[in-house]
Ligand binder design. Sequence first.
Ligand code: NOJ
Length: 523
Amino acid sequence: MRHSDDPPPPWWESGTVYQIYPRSFQDGDGDGVGDLAGIERRLDHVAALGVDAIWLSPIFPSPMADFGYDVADYCGIEPMFGDLAAFDRLLAAAHARGLRLLLDFVPNHSSDQHPWFQASRSSRTDTKRDWYIWRDPAPDGGPPNNWISDFGGSAWEFDAATGQYYLHAFLRQQPDLNWRNPALKAAMLDVMRFWFDRGVDGFRIDVLWHIVKAEGLPDNPPNPYWRPGITERDRLIQQHSTDQPEAHAIAAEMRALADSYGERVLIGEIFLPNDRHARWYGTPERPQVHLPFNFQLIENAWNAASLRRVIGDYEASLPTHGWPNWVIGSHDAPRIAARVGEAQARAAAMLLLTLRGTPTLYQGDELGVGQVEIPPERVRDPQELRQPGIGIGRDRSRTPMPWDSSPFAGFSTVEPWLPLNPDWRTRNVAAQEADPRSMLTLYRRLLALRRAHPALAVGSFALLDAAPDVLAYERRHGDAVLRVALNLSAEPRPLPFDGAVLLSTLVGGGDGVLRADEGVVMR
Ligand code: NOJ
């Protein structure tokens, strides 16, 4: 528990993170795809929003089979995005505005075009053969075990030239790296050093809980809850392919490396039940990641009872040294405004920015970008292309940022790589900046409120009793007490407490009731 006379918290506890999907933020060179120069040009938007750090999805050289999550050179910049000089300029420009910059480290797999994999597949005796996970075929010639790729189909690809299969938890163009090999591990830790030395403030670490597989690669057990219509991956429980003790040990090594650079942060992408999720904090003596990403607001039903349970259980699961965090959107998840509707998305913004823990905002959510239909001929997401028709497409959350009402929304001078949100002529940054009722104005106010009140940024947290459909909680820091009430329904509900309203998600006064979909922060 933090007390008001404690030393100031590290920035990643009190601050907020803003995720930029580089392909879709701002095109600076007229090819319809975003780039680093474009991001630099739009940094004032990020600074004016009031966040503290930017996390960039991968910007490294990549054949783009999985849009950058297939890395062909961990220490370079994809030419489509710019070069190292452009990166250095962006980093300096971010720092000049007081913004930290986090990169996306993709340790579980590289691209099949990475020179390491090219060497590895060249012969069974190559020195890099063991940098990836190669196995002989099963006696029937089939894959070595039953593991399923997260994107559907077997997780094994046969390589005729050397007569073995290699493992890929995602696309076959994303072979899994072998972290049990000391030389591979050293090379990957050197990648982190390379970027820390260049001045980056930390990493979001892609699928961290995947990076080590159980010795002997046993079959994964079937998932009794699987039914058709759910992703193929979920036919099996990923018992032996994820969350191994050795992966925790590596996370601790990554953390020690980060800590040797001072105040840097590691955010691990980890999907696990609370008890196993909490272990990724490590121990006070041997910490692992600072923040294991918490996606529960995305994964659970949007109603007061469910949120209350999710928040309470998550808070209760945290080790005393573990700082919480919350996410409501990403380049992988459906848009929050599409999922819960625009009215509730305003309440969601208040929830995200007033819960205890570091919030991560996803670009475009600050405008309330909602449902975008991607015409079949424009679908680009490999996950959707491999498993069509079950609603898992990610392109709808990756559409370009709408900046203004000029052609292509000011994002580009040509047709962008993905369609814009259909309402971009009115739902764009310029229009919302001028509108005191807009989602953008609400986000700016919430972020300013959070900055002004340590109770919101670092205070203690307690759930409060409230009427059905109302989620209420208290944040406390020293003598300061702020209370939050969110109406998760489309009908008015009684306010659970008295006080002065510091901020409402709606305009005008509510006369002692919580209006439909309203959220309030009260003193
Ligand atoms: C998680 C990333 O967020 C997602 O976009 C990617 O496809 C997979 N990891 C594989 O790297």
